[in-house]
Design a protein around this ligand. Structure first.
Ligand code: ARG
Ligand code: ZN
Length: 875
């Protein structure tokens, strides 16, 4: 009984206001909810009132103050139905009791290190009280929270604080919060606990002062400063880039240690996984700082794209997530280096979304049916969803895009909207038809684009022939052609772009060709020399592109392309095509030397001092084993890939040693650690050099890594050196790991790094190591961060060991999934999704993966979450 997009019907009853009275208690929190309901004029007449519930203990219900007769309603643990309510505005008062300490699913009201907190998206509010728990029911909430003052001196809710005080003659106190903005139940939140706070004022564009607060575990305020700084920059940026101003008197963020996801955009009260708030130079890496900046911004940006304009139903999830990811990507691009950010985002897309799109879990950016919505918080909805918004901008241009956004923010403020509503704003603002473009939301799978170029010397013209295909995906055997905005350049022999004049007299506007048909040709005139085409610049469309570019062409682009992304990509393409050949060679018992062109391209990049160090670091990194596996696509042997890649890294490290040493030396740290992008870029380049120099396992390389480890004054350098030692120096590894653990064992977020690193070591003993670590005093099955660091990393970033030929890696992960499922189904389902590419494995490993999945499927009393993933995986 999946939920289907086509079955949408408006709610029969609306809720205008919600008054919640929450009395916090470790095992018996009492919630009195007073709901002002009225029949929806757009609903079905004479309908019962159907409220959702989940594991609730109902104490009482009254209608307009009078107790309800037992025959007037049906209450179960999953719902409360008033069978024949009067068809007029009425007030329901419902009292429920829940046990926050027993709530191990981390949905609804739960405790994290003693702090009371909530997570309601997608369907967690129904675990607090009975309610029409769907995003198109918008109400104004007032929340009174009461608790023991000792246990929870801090009481936070959505909106603005109204009132607070002692509950007379008791040890309890209370706070009342009022949120004037109508919102769906998934944006409800409350927090109660012993927390420390940092606070700052922000003055909005129109001069209103907002009090910002970040709440963290006692003693950790020093680590919240960067998040606060990022928040203020995000608030300013949203005013400037999108005209979005904040709309309450206060904005609070709370960091908790137990959280299923990254963070949550509850109105005026964002709740975060502490991993995305807490940072200090000693404990956080540059990547952590960048993530904090991005996620703080992401959740803040939801205030408009998500909260002021929310989703009609959960099929529209990308309406808020894809758009908000796009917005946070743009923010980070403006704060840091745009090309480097683009490279990182595309890596994430190819690394997570492409495999999803080509495996059994493939689904459209807007799915058309689901069994468990929590399983659709995916790379496709988030990252591909952001790419679709980016393409819209590429198609419309900056101004056309902004006009569409302005119209959307204006027209749909206060609405629960749809993808159609969103697209209509861009179509209306620009006077264009987006019907075909909308297929990006409906068709799953990654389009393939084959491009070939033909220079006609006599006619001085150049023709690009483009063919698009979209492979079948689960539930979609036939596909229609997509609109593919293909940004290109024709690079002349001097390295400069030629003007793009199409022979029909038009210009390829902003260098973008619109591919809309299965096959299309574009002819450019006035092309005096054979150009090298630079295709899909900036990764303008999320497609798999193949072209007839030669090795020499790629080498040329790697040195001269004015588009930094394609400059990066040319080197990656050279490396990938070598790795494909080398992997085949390994499987055939042979060896394939590293190609000169690749070494030359890498040397040229390394030697070009005009380039941004952060960019050079990216361009120097050899494609990952997962990149190679994805490119191979079928009959994958992870061991062969690992061997080929290890050899290549060794060869590159050897061939470029003098240059790598020089660059390493030139980027030695100067002054104190600062997390800014330029400093981070220097560290990234230096560390990349360190890594390549040690990749051969030479004594000199290892000694350098040990010195680097010992001398590091920040977590970025220390952890990078530790990683180099862990992977390249089995003899030095254990001492370094032990020293690191001794130093940081009191810090769970750093322990996660230590766990994750060990889970990634590509050798057979890792399985035993991971098993042992699950019994380590610092491991905790009930904390999602610990589980993801150890088991999630093993499954996601250690292909040779997860996919061991003897099946022991698959067993380990499947076993963990089954253990976790009873306690936290969302976490279990996420871990299980690591099997998403199992069909592309060679037969032996594929059989073992299938057997592991079948074992999971056969376990009695699986959660709906895991049942959904396992059945789609096996379908
Ligand atoms: N809306 C949150 C975020 O992006 C994610 C929350 C998802 N939670 C969940 N239980 N599915 O930005
Ligand atoms: Zn989001």
């Amino acid at each position: 009984q999946p939920v289907r997009l086509g079955d949408y019907r408006p709610p029969d009853w609306l809720v205008d206001t919600v008054h919640l009275d929450v009395r916090l208690h470790p095992t018996a929190a009492r919630i009195v909810a007073r709901l002002a309901l009225r029949p929806n004029p757009e609903g079905r007449e004479g309908s019962p009132i159907v409220l959702d519930g989940d594991e609730l203990n109902l104490k009482s219900v009254t209608l307009d103050g009078a107790p309800l007769a037992g025959s007037a309603y049906v209450a179960t643990s999953t719902g409360l139905t008033l069978l024949a309510p009067p068809q007029r505005a009425l007030t329901l008062e419902i009292e429920t009791v829940v046990d926050p300490s027993a709530n191990t699913r981390l949905m609804g009201l739960y405790r994290s290190s003693g702090t009371y907190c909530t997570q309601c998206e997608a369907e967690g509010f129904r675990r607090i009280t009975y309610f029409p728990d769907r995003p198109d029911v918008l109400a104004v909430y007032t929340t009174r929270i009461e608790a023991e003052r000792d246990e929870a001196p801090v009481l936070l809710g959505n909106g603005n604080p109204v009132e607070a005080g002692a509950v007379e003659d008791t040890s309890r106190h209370y706070a009342v919060w009022h949120d004037p903005w109508p919102k769906p139940s998934y944006l409800f939140a409350l927090v109660g606990g012993k927390l420390d706070r940092i606070t700052e004022d922000f003055v909005t564009a129109t001069g209103k002062t907002v009090e910002l607060g970040i709440y963290v575990e006692p003693g950790k305020t020093a680590r919240a400063g960067y998040a606060m700084d990022a928040l203020k920059r995000a608030m300013r940026w949203d005013e400037e880039a999108f005209g979005c101003e904040y709309d309450l008197d206060v904005f609070n963020i709370v960091a908790v240690a137990d959280f299923n996801m990254g963070a949550m955009e509850n109105k005026g009260l964002n709740i975060f996984n502490d991993k995305y708030v807490l940072a200090s130079p000693e404990t956080a890496t540059d990547a952590d700082y960048a993530n904090i900046e991005a996620i703080i911004a992401h959740e803040y940006f939801h205030n408009w794209t998500g909260n002021r304009i929310t989703c009609r139903d959960w099929f529209q999830l990308c309406l808020k997530e894809g758009l908000t990811v796009f917005r946070d990507q743009e923010f980070s691009s403006d704060q840091r280096s745009r090309p480097v950010k683009r490279i990182a985002d595309v890596r994430l897309l190819k690394g997570h979304q492409f495999p999803e799109d080509s495996g059994p879990l493939a689904h459209p950016v807007r799915p058309s049916s689901y069994r468990e919505i929590n399983n659709f918080y995916t790379a496709t909805v988030y990252e591909k969803g952001a790419e679709v918004v980016r393409m819209l901008k590429t198609v419309l241009g900056d101004e056309g895009f902004r006009a569409g956004m302005d119209l959307y923010l204006d027209r749909h403020d206060g609405d629960a909207a749809t993808v159609e509503d969103f697209l209509a704003c861009f179509a209306d603002a620009n006077g264009i038809d987006l019907t075909q473009f909308a297929l990006w939301y409906a068709q799953s799978g990654t389009p393939r684009l084959a491009v070939s170029g033909h220079w006609d010397e006599a006619a001085r013209s150049y023709r690009l022939d483009v063919a698009q295909t979209l492979p079948p995906t689960p539930g979609q055997s036939e596909k229609l052609p997509m609109v593919i905005p293909l940004a290109i350049g024709l690079v002349g022999p001097d390295g400069r772009d030629l003007p793009l004049a199409l022979d029909d007299g038009s210009n390829a506007e902003r260098g973008v060709l619109l591919v809309t048909k299965p096959r299309q040709s574009f002819v450019f005139r006035d092309v005096p020399h054979r150009p090298v085409p630079s295709l899909n610049r900036g990764f303008s469309a999320p497609v798999k592109l193949s072209s007839d570019l030669s090795t020499a062409d790629l080498l040329f682009l790697a040195r001269h392309d004015s588009d930094p992304f394609n400059r990066f990509d040319a080197t990656q393409t050279l490396a990938l095509s070598h790795l494909l050949e080398a992997t085949s060679a390994v499987r055939a018992g042979g060896e394939q030397p590293a190609p000169d062109a690749l070494v030359e391209a890498l040397a040229a990049t390394l030697g070009d001092t005009s380039l941004d160090p952060a960019f050079v670091a990216q361009a120097l990194s050899i494609p990952s084993e997962a990149d190679v596996a994805r490119e191979i696509g079928e009959d994958v042997d992870p061991d062969a890939i690992h061997a080929a890649r290890t050899r290549l890294r060794h060869a590159v490290g050897e061939a470029l040693a003098p240059a790598l040493e020089a660059v390493y030396a030139r980027h030695a740290p100067t002054g104190n650690y600062s997390p800014d992008a330029a400093s981070a870029g220097r560290r990234a380049l230096r560390n990349t050099c360190l890594d390549l120099l040690a990749a051969g396992g030479t004594a000199k390389g290892i000694a350098r890594a040990q010195a680097h480890f010992g001398a590091a004054d920040n977590m970025t350098d220390r952890f990078f050196a530790l990683a180099v030692l862990a992977h390249a120096a089995p003899d030095a590894r254990e001492d370094a790991l032990a020293a690191f653990h001794r130093q940081f064992r009191a810090d769970p977020l750093v322990v996660d790094k230590w766990l994750a690193l060990q889970a990634q070591i590509a050798e057979p003993q890792t399985l035993e190591r991971v098993r042992d670590l699950t019994g380590h005093a610092d491991f905790d099955w009930s904390n999602p961060n610990r589980v993801r660091a150890l088991i999630g990393t093993f499954a996601g970033l250690n292909p040779t060991q997860f996919h061991r030929a003897d099946g022991a890696g698959h067993d380990l992960v499947a076993g963990a999934v089954m253990d976790i499922d009873g306690r936290n189904p969302q976490l279990a389902a996420r871990l299980l999704a690591a099997f998403k590419s199992w069909r592309s494995l060679e037969p032996v490993r594929r059989a073992s993966a299938e057997a592991a999945l079948r074992r999971v499927a056969g376990k009695p009393s699986l959660s709906p979450d895991v049942t959904d993933i396992v059945s789609r995986s096996l379908d």
